[in-house]
Design a protein around this ligand. Structure first.
Ligand SMILES: NC(=O)c1ccc[n+]([C@@H]2O[C@H](COP(=O)([O-])OP(=O)(O)OC[C@H]3O[C@@H](n4cnc5c(N)ncnc54)[C@H](OP(=O)(O)O)[C@@H]3O)[C@@H](O)[C@H]2O)c1
Length: 219
């Protein structure tokens, strides 16, 4: 049996903690890091020995796949700060390029036709590979729909590099979801808030694989 890729989750807030919790349910080990080691230590103490705390630089160095569960603007800075450590890594981006608006909702902070995924694809560290994934559901659904029965819910993903499809799909399955690739990063906008395949867009809910294929075939 081939070794599973080592995953690191950086940013242990709503989404990061949900992904780490899901991975422990999927019996997958995961390295965790945040701005401070205390947050990583606390999560490890809560979830057990599959969760290994590390500094950000060490987490990236030890990982094949780095999930960046932080906000879109800080990711751009993160690419610069950790450009050396991130060389050649698979980077997973769940980010939504949004900020609170004046009506208690959210607004996009980039152009209406732009996506975080496409913008980040132009800023990648040397030979890093990017997948837009694990961001199409709100944190609550990401936690509650994980390993749902009788049929798993779908997590859509997009990447330009089909050589990483298997690793991304394994990561999504170990999170308790059925993976469905919708194409390259030029499709990222569909996977971000307001997109047609996002829970907080036209999709509006979790869907099973059959429902997802039906929706995609009818577009
Ligand atoms: N929440 C959702 O329902 C949801 C759904 C889909 C996608 N997303 C996306 O997921 C990402 C994370 O959202 P969230 O709701 O989980 O945010 P969050 O609860 O604020 O968590 C972000 C975590 O990352 C840490 N952090 C921030 N900048 C960092 C850096 N440069 N290096 C290391 N750690 C850093 C934060 O630490 P501090 O507290 O010290 O700042 C915090 O622990 C965002 O891009 C968001 O758009 C969120």
């Amino acid at each position: 049996m081939t070794r599973k890729s080592q995953v690191a989750v950086i940013g242990l807030g709503n989404i990061g903690a949900a992904i780490v919790t899901n991975l422990t349910k999927g019996k997958r080990s995961v390295i965790v890091a945040d701005r401070t080691i205390e947050k990583a230590n606390q999560l490890s103490q809560r979830l057990g020995s599959l969760v290994q705390p590390a500094t950000i630089a060490d987490a990236i160095k030890q990982a094949d796949i780095v999930v960046l569960a932080i906000y879109f603007d800080p990711i751009k800075e993160f690419f610069k700060t950790y450009a050396t450590e991130l060389q050649g890594k698979i980077i997973v981006d769940p980010s939504n390029p949004i900020a609170p608006d004046e009506n208690g909702g959210f607004k996009k902070i980039i152009g209406v036709d732009e996506s975080a995924g496409q913008i980040l694809s132009t800023l990648l560290p040397y030979e890093a590979k990017l997948a837009k994934a694990l961001g199409t559901l709100g944190a609550e659904s990401l936690a509650s729909a994980s390993f749902q029965t009788p049929e798993k819910a779908v997590e859509f993903y997009a990447t330009d590099d089909s050589s990483i499809n298997n690793k991304i799909e394994e990561l999504i399955r170990d999170n308790g979801f059925e993976p469905l690739r919708i194409g390259g990063l030029n499709q990222s906008i569909r996977l971000e808030v307001f997109g047609d395949l996002h829970q907080f867009g036209a999709l509006g809910k979790t869907v099973t694989l059959a429902e997802a294929k039906n929706i995609i075939n009818n577009i």
